[in-house]
Design a protein around this ligand. Structure first.
Ligand SMILES: Cc1cc2nc3c(=O)[nH]c(=O)nc-3n(C[C@H](O)[C@H](O)[C@H](O)COP(=O)(O)O)c2cc1C
Length: 174
C-alpha cells in the first residue's frame, strides 16, 4: 500500500480563500486531535481558538503572533494557539513528552482537516507572554505553537521531503 493521498497532498499555504469556517467544523478538528495517544493518557494539549468572524477574539490571537506571522494571517478562517500542560496531573512530575503528544494531536487534526478540505499552517513564531496575558493561560501551561486554518483553491505547493533512507535507519544510526 502507498502513502495515503491525504498525507501526500498536505502542504502549508500562505494564501487562503475568504471562505468562513463554521465553529462546528473547527470543533470536529479538535475532536480528532483529542483522540490521539498520549503518555499516561494525560491529553496534555489545550487549544484556544477564534474564527475570523469573531473579530475581537481573532485580533487578540493575531496579537499573540510575531510580526512576520501577523502579516499573512489576517485573512485566514481560524487561528488557534496550541498549549501544553507542563506537568502530569497524576503526580506533578514534569511531562517531558507533552510537546510530543501535542504534535500527535495536531497530526490527527491535520489529517481530519485534509479530509474536510481544510488546510493548516502551523507557526512556532508566537509571543508566549502575549498568549499567557491576553488569553488567560494559567500557570503550569505553556503556549507552544499557533495554527492558521482555512481553505485554498490555488496550485498545490508540495515541498520536497527527505527520502525514507535519510530518516529511518535499520539497526543502528547510519
Ligand atoms: C511546528 C512548526 C512551526 C512552524 N512555524 C512557522 C512559522 O512561525 N511561520 C511560518 O511561516 N511557517 C511556519 N511553519 C511552516 C513550515 O515552514 C512548513 O511546514 C515547512 O516549510 C514545510 O512545508 P509544508 O508544511 O508545506 O510541507 C511551521 C511548521 C511547523 C510544523
Amino acid at each position: 500500500m502507498e502513502v495515503l493521498d491525504l498525507i501526500k497532498n498536505r502542504f502549508s499555504p500562505y494564501a487562503f480563500t475568504d471562505k468562513k469556517m463554521t465553529e462546528q467544523d473547527l470543533l470536529t478538528l479538535f475532536d480528532a486531535a483529542g483522540k490521539a495517544a498520549s503518555a499516561f493518557n494525560e491529553q496534555p494539549w489545550r487549544f484556544i481558538y477564534a474564527l475570523r468572524q469573531d473579530e475581537v477574539e481573532f485580533k487578540v490571537i493575531q496579537e499573540c503572533l510575531v510580526e512576520g506571522n501577523q502579516g499573512w494571517t489576517g485573512g485566514v478562517s481560524a487561528l488557534v494557539i496550541a498549549v501544553v500542560s507542563e506537568n502530569y496531573a497524576k503526580n506533578g512530575n514534569k511531562n517531558t513528552v507533552a510537546k510530543h503528544d501535542l504534535g500527535l494531536a495536531v497530526g490527527n487534526l491535520t489529517l481530519q482537516a485534509s479530509a474536510m478540505g481544510i488546510y493548516l499552517h502551523q507557526m512556532a513564531g508566537i509571543i508566549p507572554q502575549n498568549c499567557i496575558d491576553k488569553l488567560n493561560i494559567p500557570e503550569g501551561f505553556e503556549p507552544v505553537t499557533a495554527i492558521a486554518l482555512g481553505y485554498y483553491d490555488g496550485e498545490s505547493e508540495i515541498k520536497e521531503k527527505k527520502a525514507v533512507d535519510e530518516i529511518a535507519f535499520k539497526g543502528t544510526w547510519k
